[in-house]
Design a binder for this molecule. Sequence first.
Ligand SMILES: [Zn+2]
Length: 88
Amino acid sequence: MSKTLFSFLLSELKTVRILCREKKCGGIFELPIDALFLKRPIECPFCEAKWGDGQNNPLKDLAHILEKLGGMSQLFDVEFVLPGEERK
Ligand SMILES: [Zn+2]
């Protein structure tokens, strides 16, 4: 048996998917990475929960790290590998 692997490069990340866990909301929405740089909280469009304050959101650091590593793509890239299902 072999395992199917799913992989993607850091440079291919353009969108994040947010899964809201506030008060059993369960809402799922997507944001472009560029939107994470904005100086405002992230707001769930389903239950209106807000994460962050007036100048920040909790995903801004992630956006900065992605930008920093993306700027090094001439030297190296990072690939994420997710294990998949076993194949027979
Ligand atoms: Zn929500």
